[in-house]
Design a protein around this ligand. Structure first.
Ligand SMILES: NC(=O)c1ccc[n+]([C@@H]2O[C@H](COP(=O)([O-])OP(=O)(O)OC[C@H]3O[C@@H](n4cnc5c(N)ncnc54)[C@H](OP(=O)(O)O)[C@@H]3O)[C@@H](O)[C@H]2O)c1
Length: 320
């Protein structure tokens, strides 16, 4: 999401593009060197510039595409975004998972990415006006044409995930299932975790229809992906907000105990859950990218006491 020079709607200057391409190049090299080869982007990130930055790297290096798995998203129409040129945008941001929008969005993504296919297409947010069966039908058409490999979802509750997966299985005669569900999840975004662990207690937070989603995804072989897994640095920056200071200090203590960087502890805390969570790491800094690739090892070394100490500090009060 950080590729392509940020979220400003104005076009980048030639120097801005050189900087964006250089930053993406360095981030990609760090990722590949560390053994990370799955990239997550979306049509709307940087109003198309995130995909374009990756596309520039793919165009410049023949053979690179084969070593990557690319997942992109569609389904959010950003009000007034230059992504749609002078005609396509309206002032209102809305969700659109219609077959027509899917076809247009995927064609745009492939063009920006300089590739003929994406490995996974993720529906970014639920569009209540479109029946998942329509979206699934369009996905299967795009798949038959070789433009997309798998279907994933993002920011959806259990009811929608079930509807999509049922529709996909039915329309594909059982040959296809959802590849992934992406949710905001981490030390700062604990609703899913707390609604499971604090069940039968007045402190259990409303789950926002995510209750049971872990078990559902596990049973159907759907990967759970966590966006925002670093908490955007709130527990690891040098000057945490007062509300985060206790958790930041505990993260720092565990980092010393495990002899790893604090960013790694934040990721390891998430990966220590026995749910097979894949963090979608949003840093563009080569050092942080390289470190993040060691988080699964750190998770295996994090003991339960360390995990509970971090969680309790982030909650700000002891467990019941
Ligand atoms: N499905 C969805 O709706 C959705 C929504 C949002 C994001 N995503 C995906 O998930 C990815 C990750 O999400 P995210 O970027 O929001 O979250 P993240 O991985 O938690 O945070 C990354 C951001 O935090 C900054 N950061 C990390 N550690 C820091 C530190 N110690 N000090 C200062 N800044 C620090 C990074 O800056 P540096 O680059 O400088 O390290 C970067 O801007 C995105 O790139 C995107 O692919 C999906």
């Amino acid at each position: 999401m950080g590729w392509g020079g940020g979220w400003a709607p104005e076009p980048l200057s030639p120097q801005g593009w050189r900087d964006a391409e250089d930053a993406a190049h360095q981030a990609l090299r760090a990722a590949l060197d560390a053994g990370i080869s799955t990239l997550d982007t979306a049509d709307i990130y940087g109003h198309g510039r995130s995909e374009q930055a990756l596309g520039l790297l793919l165009a410049a290096e023949p053979g690179l595409r084969e070593s990557l798995r690319i997942q992109t998203k569609c389904g959010i129409r950003l009000g007034g975004s230059p992504l749609y040129g002078s005609t396509g945008g309206t002032g209102t941001t809305r969700y659109d998972s219609s077959a027509r929008h899917l076809r247009t969005a995927v064609a745009g993504s492939l063009e920006r990415l300089h590739t003929d296919h994406v490995d996974t297409l993720i529906i970014h947010r639920p569009d209540v006006l479109t029946d998942p069966a329509e979206t699934v039908g369009a996905f299967l058409e795009l798949k038959a044409a070789g433009a997309v490999g798998h279907l994933g979802l993002s920011n959806m509750g259990l009811a929608w995930v079930r509807r999509f997966d049922d529709a996909l299985r039915e329309a594909s005669a059982g040959t296809e299932t959802l590849a992934c569900v992406q949710l905001e999840l981490g030390l700062h975004a604990r609703t899913l975790i707390e609604s499971v662990v604090l069940a039968n207690h007045p402190e259990a937070p409303p789950s926002g229809d995510t209750e049971g989603i872990v078990e559902f995804c596990t049973a159907r072989g759907i990967e759970l992906q966590a966006w925002g897994p670093l908490g955007r640095g709130r527990y690891t920056r040098p000057d945490p907000e007062p509300a985060d200071a206790r958790a930041a200090a505990e993260v720092g203590r565990v980092a010393e105990e495990l002899d790893v960087p604090a960013d790694v502890v934040v990721l390891a805390w998430l990966m220590r859950l026995p749910w097979g969570i894949r963090p979608v790491v949003g840093t563009i800094r080569p050092g942080r990218i390289a470190a993040s690739a060691t988080a699964d090892q750190a998770a295996r070394r994090m003991d339960a006491d360390q995990w509970y100490r971090i969680w309790t500090a982030a909650r700000g009060e002891p467990l019941p």
